[in-house]
Design a protein around this ligand. Sequence first.
Ligand code: GDP
Ligand code: MG
Length: 239
Amino acid sequence: MGMKKRIFIFGIFSLFVNIIFLASESNNPEIPKYKLIFLGDQHVGKSCILNRFWNDTFTEEYQATIGLDFQNKNVQIDNQDIHLLLYDTAGQEKFRSLIPMYTRDANIILLVYDVTSKDSFLHLSDWLKIFTDNEIDIKDKIFAVVGNKTDLNDRREVKAEEGEKFAEEKNFIFLEVSAATGDGIEKLFDVILKKMLKNKQKLLPPPLPQPQPKPQIIKKQKIGWKIESEVREKDCCCC
Ligand code: GDP
Ligand code: MG
């Protein structure tokens, strides 16, 4: 089977899993849902940032993300519960065609690069092309530029000022983190989630209302009618 065909089948499969997943997840309409997506080259540490935030764990062993992975959780920010859906993408070129589909309705975009890799930083502009190439409206979305692996400072190829300048020009949030030590991770999510709440982001559509169980209503009506008619009969006899 050709690679394009395999990617297409994978795309359909992941969309299907995604729909089932969203349908089965916490459907409490009172808790607003927000969607966050990680973008960036392979190996920059997207999955590790997610694991550090989610489980406070880190592993040096590389586990490639295949296509797309997602996590969801209720988190509290400023005393408000929100339901956060996190989409972790694979950086490989062959999976990029899948990304626009998930990026369109994302509320937050994390553009991740590795501070020890100049290339991964330069490629951020290519990742941003996803939005222009697919005519995705970015005005309601929150973007954050995230420089990861600050623990490897001696191998640094990108200065903090460079990342800051890139983000500032585009009016994006900028933060440096280390998934390995956990440095800056909590602050990153605190800053982006607070900004998102402040901006009163559009909520994802609430789940469809469940249909009322009709048989129960019919039964009630029948009983009501029966009681009413019995009373009338009694009244009738008294007369
Ligand atoms: P992804 O392809 O962007 O999802 O990258 P991963 O999260 O899988 O990480 C790629 C590699 O970088 C793995 O071997 C991680 O252990 C390593 N890594 C990720 N974050 C850090 C970090 O903050 N510091 C260090 N030293 N290594 C990291
Ligand atoms: Mg990954």
